[in-house]
Design a binder for this molecule. Structure first.
Ligand SMILES: Nc1ncnc2c1ncn2[C@@H]1O[C@H](COP(=O)(O)OP(=O)(O)O)[C@@H](O)[C@H]1O
Ligand SMILES: [Mg+2]
Length: 630
């Protein structure tokens, strides 16, 4: 999958179709009672609201002319009718108030459920999902896209049904009053519907473009917030402002295109409507003068007909704006469903079992792995580590050290081969049970907003304060934490922006130690920690690693020389494996690495450190030879 950038439109595969509509209805289902009740009540109310013109016809043709009266005097009847009209109109208003309250709540509840599903799914996505998308674009889907839909669910659905119903009722009334005139109206409504449908298709397409452009802009802004330091350090303010302005321009242009079609709705609808209306007036004129011999109309009927015709424009306009909203909602829903309907690439298999409590024996069995299925990162990697051993991974940047350990947590699935922990294939166990027993401190451990102690407690929410403080002590994070104004209760913000990198690492270190995993992965856990603290941690490490299988990735070889085994990762696999002494003896990659930067390590680690490390002439000659070879 191509990496999506701020200047590339998102490739949203999901397209709205009939089955999507079913999915939408699935979200509406829990609120069926409210929606149905409101729809029925609205239908009744709109029927009531449609009565006044009918009553006008009645007043004009019967009461005023004294032809009718149901046994009442004309005045009494008039008063009763006026009262009825007032009640009808006002109860419609009162009802609208309550309907808005209930439906807004329902709309937001539906969006809440969708967001819940989307967020739940998002968290389940494997690393590859996030590797391939800018954060800003993901963010937009779960926030603004969904927010914009609350109103659609709150009002559009119900209004659409009711408005259609109102139009049907009005048409029926029109037919009752005079079917010939009604036919004229119908003749206008049918082609109008076709044109509106066409507009809707175009509009949805344009909304998609707009959505993508807006998403690009959000991605760029998010990237700039995250990288603000680099932006300033490299004097990119002007350049980035220019890019932002371009992206803004694209958003504006795509919105212009939306508006051009969007605003066509009214003229199109009104065009058809007024043509129909004009034809009706003309026909009425002919009727009134009896010119065409097509019969005549009473004054009441003319007034009634004209009133209803006027009333049709209300629901018609409303339907227009609902269609406009639906086009936007369709495009937004596509991007939300693109999350909800995407299966995570790494997930529990059907019938996945719990990973039983393990001792920590780890076996890589002919493991092949590629991030993008084109360039292999690991090829045919096999090794077995008995429980409780410590393994150090070293090797050049980009060799695949982090990849090896990420596979052990099943952050990615293998292309081929198996990884077994205590004989259980990690592909067949639940991710939850696996990750509970494999503790990871990643290269770039994240600090969340909250207090320091909450961050330490992150992986074990029921841990007591004492346990968290003890974990901090074990990794020697206590000194710096206690020196902070509020100690363990000092507030950190997202990404620990107010802490140094080393301090963040110490907190993450305490966090993983607290969970007491049987298998512990430390991916450059101490890379940014000062030498003094690192020395302290190194002492603590013996205690921390005791009784666990550990994988330690470190650049500082001093951290790793005591490991039971060192893996030198290169050439898509383990190029060398052995203890420090063995590998130094071997004079291969590891030896070369040690000699090039860490000469003091060339000595036997068990031996007493000499006050002045002396370069070894023999070894230096070896390096020269190697240089020639390379
Ligand atoms: N998410 C990713 N998608 C694609 N390629 C990746 C990804 N992460 C790492 N790589 C590539 O895989 C190789 C191994 O990376 P990694 O295991 O992180 O190396 P390191 O040994 O420095 O920890 C590198 O060439 C890197 O470019
Ligand atoms: Mg790495």
């Amino acid at each position: 999958m191509a990496r999506n950038r701020y200047n590339e439109d998102e490739a949203i595969k999901y397209k709205f179709n009939k089955s999507s509509l079913r999915k939408v209805l699935w979200y509406v289902k829990p609120y069926k009672k409210t929606v149905v009740t409101m729809t029925v009540l609205m239908a009744v109310m709109s029927f009531v609201a449609l009565l006044p013109p009918m009553l006008n016809t009645f007043i004009l043709d019967y009461v005023a002319t004294g032809k009718g009266g149901l046994g009442l005097s004309a005045l009494a009847l008039g008063v009763v009718i006026v009262g009825l009209v007032a009640v009808a109109v006002y109860s419609d208003t009162v009802f609208t108030y309550f309907r808005t309250l209930f439906m807004t709540k329902t709309g937001h509840s539906i969006v809440h459920d969708m967001r819940f599903k989307a967020f739940e799914r998002l968290q389940k996505f494997a690393f590859d999902y996030f590797d391939n998308r800018p954060n800003g674009k993901i963010l937009a889907r779960l926030t603004s896209y969904l927010d914009e839909m609350a109103d659609v669910f709150a009002n559009s659905f119900v209004l659409l049904i009711v408005d259609m119903l109102r139009i049907v009722i009005i048409l029926i009334w029109l037919f009752v009053i005079d079917f010939r005139l009604a036919l004229i109206i119908l003749a206008a409504v049918v082609p109008m519907s076709f044109v509106v449908m066409l507009l809707r298709t175009v509009l949805t397409r344009r909304h998609r473009v707009f959505r993508n452009k807006r998403s690009n802009r959000t991605a760029f802004i998010a990237e700039n917030i995250q990288g603000h330091g680099v932006v300033k350090a490299f004097n990119r303010i002007d350049k980035n402002t220019a890019i932002s302005s371009e992206l803004n321009d694209e958003v504006r242009k795509s919105w212009d295109k939306v508006i051009r079609v969007n605003e066509l709705h009214m003229p199109v609808m009104d065009g058809f409507f007024y043509i129909g209306l004009a034809v009706v007036y003309v026909v009425v004129l002919f009727m009134a003068t009896g010119t065409l011999g097509i019969g005549s109309l009473t004054l009441g009927k003319v007034i009634g007909f004209i009133s209803y015709m006027g009333m049709i424009s209300g629901p018609l306009n409303e339907i227009t704006s609902i269609f406009q909203q639906l086009s936007r909602a369709t495009s937004n829903l596509e991007s939300v469903f693109d999350i909800i309907e995407t299966e995570p690439t790494v997930k529990d298999r059907d019938g996945a079992e719990e990973l039983l409590p393990v001792e920590g024996n780890v076996l890589f069995d002919h493991v092949y792995f590629s991030y993008d299925n084109s360039r292999m990162i690991l090829e045919d990697v096999s090794f077995e580590i008995p429980a409780g051993r410590s393994i150090a991974l070293v090797g050049p940047t980009g060799a695949g050290k982090s990849t090896v350990v990420n596979l052990l947590s099943r952050f990615y699935d293998l292309n081929a081969g198996r990884i077994l922990i205590d004989g259980q294939d990690i592909a067949g166990v639940t991710l939850y049970s696996l990750r509970k027993q494999v503790g990871v401190m990643m290269q770039d451990s994240f600090i969340f907003s909250g207090t320091i102690i909450e961050n330490i407690r992150y992986g074990k929410p029921d841990a007591t304060d004492e346990a968290c403080i003890e974990a901090a002590r074990r990794v020697h994070a206590d000194a710096f934490i206690e020196s902070l104004p509020d100690g363990y209760y000092t507030e950190t913000i997202e990404q620990g922006a107010k802490l140094s990198t080393g301090e963040r690492q110490l907190i993450s270190f305490a966090r993983v130690i607290l969970t007491d995993p049987k298998i512990l992965i430390l991916d450059e856990a101490t890379a940014s920690i000062d030498t003094h603290t690192e020395a302290l941690i190194k002492e603590a490490l013996d205690v921390i690693l005791a009784g666990r299988t550990s994988f330690v990735i470190a650049h500082r070889l001093s951290t790793i020389q005591k490991s039971d085994c060192i893996f030198y990762i290169a050439n898509k696999g383990i190029a060398e494996a052995g203890t420090h002494a063995q590998l130094m003896e071997k004079r291969g990659y590891y030896y070369k690495l040690v000699m090039s930067g860490h000469k003091e390590l060339a000595k036997d680690p068990a031996a007493q450190p000499a006050p002045q490390p002396v370069p070894q002439p023999a070894a230096a000659a070896e390096i020269e030879k190697l240089r020639e070879v390379v």
